[in-house]
Design a protein around this ligand. Structure first.
Ligand code: F6R
Ligand code: ZN
Length: 186
């Protein structure tokens, strides 16, 4: 059933929402197969197994016609030189999605199966994901990178697509700027 008109208050200190729906936490152990340097990933998993990112959802349901929102916080860090990132997914029912940078520095990596694109993200930047583009977020800074996502409630989430096709590029720490390297170079 559709829900009533409502507002959600963003908690800048934590990236939480009030009222809130489910809050997801992705630890290193949840991210098998993501990072190119498997040995470095195993070391982090077997050590502190840190939380890499968290996703707070508004109470708006993932249902046709609704526009659910979520706030993602990616904690800073690298695994074998590769920046902390989200798993990344494709929407099986292809529709657009909007990201809005809230704090920290990061980027939006998009891939349509042929051509990768990189959108630098910072507070106040709107990143647009057109229908059919897989997307992954990366924290390229030294503080938490946080953004709001707004997406159609019947878009769905396919995580297998990225495991199969990759994302075109990997994003590594460089001397000054993040380095975009071909996905399958290692
Ligand atoms: C929703 C969306 C974001 C991500 C979130 C976590 O369509 O794109 O809310 O779900 O940033 O990333 P994933 O879902 O790839 O683990
Ligand atoms: Zn999405």
């Amino acid at each position: 059933a559709p829900i009533d008109p409502m507002s959600v208050t963003f908690q800048p200190a934590t990236g939480g929402m009030n009222p809130s729906g489910p809050v997801l936490s992705r630890r290193m152990s949840d991210l098998e197969g993501l990072f190119a340097d498997t040995a470095a990933w195993q070391e982090a998993r077997d050590g502190a197994d840190p939380v890499v990112y968290e996703v707070a959802s508004s109470p708006v349901p993932e249902a046709p016609g609704e526009l659910p929102q979520s706030i993602t916080t990616i904690h800073p860090g690298t695994v074998g030189g590769e920046f902390h990132m989200t798993k990344g997914h494709q929407h099986p029912n292809p529709q657009g999605e909007i990201y809005f940078g809230l704090s920290g520095t990061g980027g939006l990596l998009l891939f349509d199966g042929t051509t990768p694109k990189w959108i630098p993200m910072a507070p106040g930047v709107i990143g647009y994901i057109p229908p059919g583009w897989a997307h992954r977020s990366v924290n390229t800074g030294d503080e938490p990178y946080r953004f709001l996502a707004v997406y159609p409630g019947d878009a769905g989430h396919d995580y297998g697509w990225v495991l199969e096709h990759g994302m075109g590029w990997r994003v590594r720490r460089g001397a000054a700027e993040p380095q975009l390297v071909p996905f399958r170079s290692e």
